[in-house]
Design a binder for this molecule. Structure first.
Ligand SMILES: Nc1ncnc2c1ncn2[C@@H]1O[C@H](COP(=O)(O)OP(=O)(O)OP(=O)(O)O)[C@@H](O)[C@H]1O
Ligand SMILES: [Mg+2]
Length: 406
């Protein structure tokens, strides 16, 4: 091993939102996105959805520079903590994010007088920062949506002269936004109504929402027009060719001089075992790389230690999620994992029938319905638009079967 090889570090990056050393595939999704970015009047917004760990966040990260190169401004954040956000909080969220890109924009004297600011001189010295936007929001009469719309329209009038194509509002983990009828809070509805209304007025503010597969049904449930408002891109696992690239490119890149190289058999094994899911590819490769390194240095043959890696994956990735389920939920999940179609989609009926066969105390349809709904809230299951269910965590079924054998 020469000195250049000695400093080569394990390149793989299993971790939420960690950019992989090589982002494989995703050309089709990127092209779809570029079509949306080419719109002058926003007729379609984007939902980027898919299972846990399939690569939504890192793809979203690559979209940002593409937008900015096309003269768009990029606004947004991660909504992980937003489960019970109120309408007012949502509005503040949008203003906060917006102010990051507008805070250097100067507002003309004329414009400020038009909107009737009391202390004109003071405001003029400031720019279009958060305080200004909040003041504008608060001093506008009406409901949250009226105020928000007014601010957004105002901001666009100020930006128009700046050679900007528009603004992209990019929100990750957007499945966390929820309307709450009991509290009479409809933040999701407000978001959709506001953007629909300003887009009708030809203001080029585009929504780009990312999240688990529960996201789009949630949007449609909140406003049926969401069906027409969004182009939905469902990120799938990587096909075999792209999986191979994700595994090999980080170590075959000539400039990097990796001391570890995977054989064809190893690559095939990783492709198969990861199911093409990006997080699993990164995870297995990282572990395999560490296992290969000392063997190759010692001049020995190396192979992927699959049993050990699987055990580590079970502990690091699956166990935490499994631990959050109650005993009865686990019983239900075991039945689901035993279904032939557990890796694809299944119905309440499929579960009820198998539970009659395999259990002393089988589940009734209403019980299954109710439990699937709570499992969906904790992000283990999702219901698609056709009323069928799937695991929201890739390869969860295989993990559950492994647990049964321990
Ligand atoms: N196209 C890709 N090629 C190679 N690795 C990828 C690719 N996409 C994502 N990854 C890797 O997969 C892992 C998960 O990516 P990311 O966090 O973006 O997924 P996610 O869909 O946002 O997950 P979550 O639903 O948990 O938010 C990361 O380790 C990332 O480096
Ligand atoms: Mg993510």
């Amino acid at each position: 091993m020469n000195s250049e090889k000695a400093v080569f570090l394990n390149p793989y990056r299993p971790g939420a939102g960690h950019m992989p050393p090589y982002l494989a595939g995703r050309h089709h999704e990127t092209n779809e996105y570029l079509k949306l970015v080419a719109q002058t009047t926003i007729l379609e917004n984007m939902v980027l959805t898919g299972l846990r760990g399939v690569g939504k966040t890192v793809l979203l990260d690559t979209f940002k520079p593409l937008a900015m190169n096309n003269s768009w401004l990029w606004v947004g954040t991660d909504l992980s903590e937003s489960a019970s956000v109120s309408e007012e909080n949502l509005a503040i969220r949008l203003l906060t994010d917006l102010s990051v890109v507008t805070s250097n924009v100067l507002v003309s004297h004329e414009r400020i007088s038009k909107i009737g600011f009391i202390n004109t001189e003071e405001v003029i010295k400031k720019k279009l920062g958060f305080d200004f936007l909040l003041h504008l929001y608060k001093s506008t009469p009406g409901l949250v949506m009226d105020k928000l719309k007014y601010v957004l329209e105002f901001v666009w009038r100020c930006l128009q002269s700046q050679n900007i194509k528009g603004l992209i509002f990019a929100y990750d983990e957007a499945q966390n936004l929820s309307d709450q009828a009991a509290k009479e809070q409809y933040p999701l509805g407000i978001l959709l109504d506001t953007f629909q209304s300003i887009q009708k007025k030809d203001i080029p503010f585009m929504l780009l929402l990312t999240g688990l597969p529960t996201l789009f049904p949630k949007l449609v449930e909140s406003r049926t027009f969401a069906e027409r408002m969004f182009r939905v891109i469902f990120l799938e696992r990587l096909n075999k060719e792209y999986s191979r690239e994700a595994i090999l490119k980080p170590v075959t890149d000539r400039q990097t001089m990796s001391p570890v190289m995977f054989t064809k058999d190893s690559v095939d094994l990783i492709v198969k075992h990861s199911g093409g899911y990006p997080y699993f590819i990164q995870f297995i490769c990282k572990e395999a790389y560490d296992a290969f390194l000392p063997k190759l240095v010692a001049g020995e043959n190396a192979s992927v230690p699959l049993t050990e890696i699987t055990r580590k994956l079970d502990t690091d990735f699956f166990a935490g999620r499994w631990a959050r389920a109650t005993d009865r939920q686990r019983e239900l999940l075991v039945i689901i994992a035993q279904l032939e179609n557990s890796g694809e989609e299944f119905s309440v009926q499929d579960i009820v029938e198998l539970s009659k066969k395999n259990m002393e105390k089988p589940f009734s349809p209403s019980h299954v319905n109710q439990m699937l709904s709570s499992l969906s809230t904790v992000g283990l299951i999702y219901k698609n638009r056709f009323g069928k269910y799937s695991f929201a965590v890739p390869l969860l079924g295989q993990f559950i079967i492994r647990q049964q054998k321990i």
